[in-house]
Each structure stands twice: as C-alpha cells, then as structure tokens.
Design a protein around this ligand. Sequence first.
Ligand SMILES: O=C(O)c1ccccc1N[C@@H]1O[C@H](COP(=O)(O)O)[C@@H](O)[C@H]1O
Length: 217
Amino acid sequence: MTTLIKICGLSTEAAIDAAAREGATHIGLVHFEKSPRHVTLEQAGDLRRRTPSHVQVVLLLVNASPELTQRAQRTVRPDVIQFHGSEKPEWLRIVKQHMPVEAWKALGLRSAETLTNARRFDGSGDRLLFDAPAQALPGGNGSVVDWSLLVGHSHALPWGLAGGLSPDNVGEALAATRAPLVDVSSGVESAPGVKDMDKIARFCQAVRDHDQYSNPA
Ligand SMILES: O=C(O)c1ccccc1N[C@@H]1O[C@H](COP(=O)(O)O)[C@@H](O)[C@H]1O
C-alpha cells in the first residue's frame, strides 16, 4: 500500500497523461459551472476514456439534482463521485444503491466539531475528504486546512486530505496527519484551471518521498 494521490480539476488530455505518468492513483474531473476547472459531461466522458485503467476517475459534483447526477454517471462512468456541496448521508446512500460508484463526501474542516459531525456519514460514504471551509467556491480555493485538527484523530471511514496542498507543503502535511490519500488542484496549477505538468511531477515525487508506507520511520 502507498499513499493515494488524487490530482483534481483536469481538463486536457495532456494533464491526464501527466498525472497518470507521474503516479496519480486518482484523477478528478469537475462538473460545476462556476469553477474555472469545469468540464462538460461530454468532455468528462472523453477524458475518462483517455485515462488508463489503473487510474481511478473521480467526478466532482456540487449539490447536483438527481437527474443531473444520473446523467453524469451514465455519460462519464466514473469510479467515484465526489460530493462537494451540502449533500446529506441519505443522498449518498441512494446514489450507491442505484449506481456502481463509490461515494466520497468532502467536508470543510472548521473545528473538532466537524470531525464529530462527520460520523453521520458512517455507513453511507466510502471516503471523507477534509478540505478547507468553503469560500467563494465550495472548494478549489487553495486554502490550507488546519492540519492540527487531524493529528491523532481516529477515523471511522477511509479519508483523504485536501485543501491548499502543493509540492512544497505536502510532505509536512503527510508527516503531521498520516493521511492515506492527498488531493490537490490549485497547488499544481500555473493559473486557475491551468495545470502545470512540472508541479504535478513535483507533487507526486514529494508524496513518494514522504510515503509513510514505503518509508516507515
Ligand atoms: O476545483 C474546483 O474548482 C472545485 C470547485 C468546486 C468544489 C470543489 C473544487 N475543488 C476541490 O477542492 C479541493 C481542494 O482544492 P485545492 O487543492 O485547495 O485547490 C479538492 O478536492 C478539489 O478537487
């Protein structure tokens, strides 16, 4: 087992190829019109087909209607849907009953209370992603999470760390939190929505350099 790496907000074939080549285990496609990383469902389907089969495809939706969620699943065929709005545990349970996907829930980590409240997703979500609290956008803002809240926390579900990660701080974040998955978007960009292949490579290398599983203390 190694630390899982999700590179999110990809919108070109070159970025998909770079993420796969550099060792990403997951790539993320954002279907949310307000985002600079938004891709249409048709574009997401094309990028999904471009992705090598050993890399999992995560489709990010924000408070999507049941109709849109179903259309998105049918068009893109993602391995995972990441719910990045105020979706409830019941909704994740319904999605999983009807669609062959994992359901991940992103939560804005504000205080220790967020971790207590996260328990409501036990039995409905497949993974929780702890991100910085929502700002103008619900995510993808590059704001760093308060990692200290996660130190020593015992997680009931598989989880991941998102929010303001970059090639320069992901090592510190892994050392502090021992996160099994790290998720990055704006930290590997040269401008909002424009992925930087060199930063993707440096991010993946930094994760490997600090991998708690392959580099035990
Ligand atoms: O990336 C976006 O534009 C986005 C829009 C709406 C919701 C979530 C979004 N991104 C996700 O937010 C986290 C953290 O991103 P960052 O590394 O701080 O930029 C990550 O899961 C992104 O996929």
